[in-house]
Design a protein around this ligand. Structure first.
Ligand SMILES: [Zn+2]
Length: 260
């Protein structure tokens, strides 16, 4: 027999597992907002910003190609799937979220945009959080102990404890070494901060934000459309199965042809 809509609602709300997840999500909401007061869950983020693009900027969402510059970590996949209504994603990011695809990646992305369409770039680092409010850690699927998130950033942080540490670029670990090299100028600021895990994530955001803008500027003539929307910020990973959060730092619709 088919389950009627009202019966489905009764089952849904009386389901103890469902109530448990709702309760857990509410708790995470408070914990996340104690560190990132303006963060929104990933679903609200996508609705909010896609709405802004469509309503305020009159962008035709059906002709938008998306690129991401977020960390390779599998845990970030759910946060980008909320934008699945868009074409893509073209993946620019590597470890830490830096746009390792570089200028060639930006040019390829520019060439793939639908005719009379526009581009959208979602970028930023990520940081895990536990229900106890510990930043830089999270429970991963089917693992009992907490793990690092972002692993690449937490590794850099542990190496930075030694003030003499200098990353050496090599082709077998290029991305991690390059990430650490980019973060080195921020080392003192990170080590002096109250929360080093948060500080290294904030520094990484600045690096990614600057690189995305630099690549856009240097590749602007490759775009055959006028508008590129940027949404940058920090992805906050909660427990597996619950919504992640996003703390937006930059939303802008750029007239790419007139970038100076
Ligand atoms: Zn990561």
């Amino acid at each position: 027999m088919a389950c009627s809509k009202s019966l489905y609602a009764v089952i849904k709300f009386n389901n103890p597992i469902n109530s448990f997840y709702i309760m857990l999500q509410r708790k995470f909401d408070q914990v996340v907002k104690s560190h990132f007061p303006n963060a929104m869950d990933a679903k609200d983020t996508s609705i909010h910003y896609l709405g802004k693009m469509q309503i305020e900027h009159k962008i035709d969402i059906s002709k938008v190609l998306m690129a991401t510059s977020v960390c390779s970590d599998d845990i970030n996949v759910p946060s980008t799937t909320f934008f699945n209504v868009l074409f893509g994603p073209f993946i620019m990011g590597g470890l830490g979220g830096l746009p390792f695809a570089g200028q060639t990646g930006m040019i390829a992305f520019a060439h793939h945009i639908p005719d009379e369409g526009s581009a959208f770039i979602f970028y930023g680092p990520h940081i895990g959080i536990t229900l106890d409010g510990e930043l830089g850690k999270m429970y991963r699927p089917r693992q009992e102990e907490t793990g690092n998130s972002c692993g690449a950033l937490m590794l850099a942080l542990s190496r930075f404890q030694d003030s003499d540490y200098r990353p050496v670029l090599n082709e077998d670990d290029y991305q991690q070494m390059k990430l650490e090299e980019s973060l080195l100028p921020y080392r003192e600021q990170i080590m002096d901060s109250e929360n080093r895990q948060k500080a290294i994530t904030e520094a990484t955001y600045e690096i990614i934000d600057k690189k995305v803008h630099d690549h856009l500027k240097s590749c602007k003539d490759e775009f055959h459309v006028d508008r590129v929307t940027l949404l940058g910020g920090i992805i906050i990973n909660t427990d597996y199965g619950l919504d992640d959060y996003f703390d937006a730092r930059n939303f802008e619709v750029i007239d790419v042809k007139n970038l100076s």
